[in-house]
Design a protein around this ligand. Sequence first.
Ligand SMILES: NC(=O)C1=CN([C@@H]2O[C@H](COP(=O)(O)OP(=O)(O)OC[C@H]3O[C@@H](n4cnc5c(N)ncnc54)[C@H](O)[C@@H]3O)[C@@H](O)[C@H]2O)C=CC1
Ligand SMILES: O=C(O)C(=O)[C@H](O)COP(=O)(O)O
Length: 373
Amino acid sequence: MRIFADENMPLVQQFFNQFGDVNLFNGRHVSAAQLQDADILLVRSVSNVNAQLLQHNTKLRFVGTATIGMDHIDQTYLAARNVAFASAPGCNAQSVVEYVLSSLWCLADKYQWPLAEKTIGIVGVGNIGSRLAQALQALNIRVLLCDPVRARNEIGFNHTDFTTLCQQADIISFHTPLISSGNDATKHLLNADTLALLKPDCALINASRGAVIDNQALLQDLSRAAKRRAVVLDVWEQEPDILTALLPYVDIATAHIAGHSIEGKARGTEMLYQRCAALLQQPLQQQLQQLLPVPAMEKLQISANFGLPDVQNIARLLYDVRRDDALLRHYLHGKGFDWLRKSYPPRREFSSLQLCGKVIPDFLPQLGFSLAQ
Ligand SMILES: NC(=O)C1=CN([C@@H]2O[C@H](COP(=O)(O)OP(=O)(O)OC[C@H]3O[C@@H](n4cnc5c(N)ncnc54)[C@H](O)[C@@H]3O)[C@@H](O)[C@H]2O)C=CC1
Ligand SMILES: O=C(O)C(=O)[C@H](O)COP(=O)(O)O
């Protein structure tokens, strides 16, 4: 069995050696010629898997993407060729939530916002959006939820339509898939017309896909002298060749790394391993928990005085998004966007830190921290 995998897929050898030899490739530059002998193809978000990439391959049985997003995969084409396909739903959802929380705390410090008085609009309430809503509610922050798909299918889902959300929210965070056409299209959901609906100081966070926001329209909006809105961008149109003119107006700018916690990336690999084992009718020999490195900090004692204002301090022990903003601003013009992603420094999720103490406030596990056994 010949397995071809993106070189930026952690633990891929450890998981997939069980099925055959694992060959690594550069996901951004992989070619049809390289993949002609692949039985199993494992990609991340930077490889477009379509008829052109697979034109020389007649053996392929399985394609997996170790990501949540699937906009880079032509699933219709794979189905027509009878190639099994899997993604990794939810694998890095917690990592993205921690990115958004860190961004909110940084903006709150920078602009002295009382976060508890803000209304945060969440657009796309799936794995990430619903976890984020739960975390914000645990912090006593009011949320508005916009998800027309859930609104159609779930009685009682508390939906706010996008226009109303644009008019009412103080901060909007985008968590939709990139959908190019149809009633629920999200490509350029935020464009010149919808930007005009926002409050002048409405802050924006995009950790979904770059093209959910029309980047040129955003630049126009931000460069108008009278407007000052805070902006956090993890994702950009036309990565890796991003619109650098946006950088001076963006408070937090990162290289599509919101989902790049150690756990988030490795969980994606494990989910594909489990799907492949089922397809090949092989036993599961590896488990992520056994392969993850020991975290630098394992346990933290909480005292009875611990309160909501202390949460940011624990969160910052594990992750501060300003590190990633500084990396992008320093290295983008030299080493570049893809180098920043490939060389991403280790980052552990909240769950890696076990909290001890007689009384642990409920909001800590609701944010994703784990309790010591
Ligand atoms: N920056 C990063 O590193 C990462 C980015 N992502 C992106 O985040 C996206 C969302 O991830 P999940 O929450 O896990 O996906 P999900 O599939 O669980 O949830 C997406 C939600 O968006 C909703 N939706 C679809 N069309 C919509 C529209 N027009 N308006 C509002 N809501 C709409 C769906 O009904 C669904 O509930 C992914 O598709 C991916 O593109 C995911 C992981 C990491
Ligand atoms: O899961 C997704 O969807 C993402 O956007 C990934 O976190 C992006 O990571 P790469 O696959 O581009 O490394």
